[in-house]
Design a protein around this ligand. Structure first.
Ligand code: PCA
Length: 213
């Protein structure tokens, strides 16, 4: 049997930026074998609808054991595995095709939300143990990242494959200089840890966390 595949995606730059660290990190892992699985990296367009179409095509073609989508969260200083995807497109800025949906569902009549099926607490703990700033996040926002995350979870939940592929989303911060704490090479190491934890664990670790407000 051939090695399982992990599909790892990043996004193209958006909002006037000229790089997106999520793709810079993901592409460094393309073709790498981690915990017995082969990583395939793909770059998604930062466009409502098209991003999800491209992702669905890759999932159908590759039949991955796990899908980890990544994007940049410009206001965050930590790597944040996302716990919840919501059925909402509400764009503060236009996407790369000039689309700016306002209070629309990602999937009409879809459920309000999906949980990540990645071991988000285990990934966060492993990242922290390796010296990365990391936190579980409870919102992926309402722009293209949440759109892709929700659409991914909807597609995986409806897939008839047994066992189902696991999936989720990780936001990364902007790199702080080529040799800084989170340059693109370091970010790639962090994503490799996320892939490894996902493959090692069928379920999440029971670690105290959550938010009080
Ligand atoms: N970040 C945006 C979309 C693409 C990306 O990398 C977001 O957080 O929605």
């Amino acid at each position: 049997m051939s090695a399982p595949t992990v599909l790892l995606t990043g996004f193209e730059p958006f909002g006037g930026d000229d790089v997106n660290p999520s793709w810079e990190a993901a592409r460094r892992l393309d073709g790498r074998t981690i915990a017995g699985a082969r990583v395939t990296a793909r770059c998604l367009p930062c466009i409502f609808g098209e991003s999800l179409g491209a992702l669905r095509r890759e999932v159908r073609a590759l039949r991955p054991a796990a899908v980890i989508c990544c994007g940049v969260a410009g206001s965050r200083a930590a790597i944040t595995p996302e716990r919840v995807a919501v059925n909402l497109d509400d764009a503060r800025i236009p996407d790369n095709a000039g689309r700016q949906p306002l209070d629309q569902p990602v999937i009409p009549r879809g459920p309000a939300a999906y949980f990540s099926t990645l071991p988000v607490k285990a990934i966060t703990a492993a990242l922290a143990a390796a010296g990365f700033p990391a936190e579980v996040s409870h919102t992926a926002g309402s722009f293209v990242c949440n759109h892709v995350f929700y659409g991914l979870m909807h597609a995986l939940a409806r897939s008839r494959r047994q066992p189902q592929a696991r999936g989720g989303f990780i936001h990364v911060p902007f790199a702080r200089g080529a040799n800084g704490l989170l340059g693109h090479d370091r970010l790639a190491e962090a994503l490799a840890i996320a892939v490894r934890e996902t493959l090692r664990r069928r379920s999440d670790r029971r670690l105290r966390g959550g938010l009080t407000d």
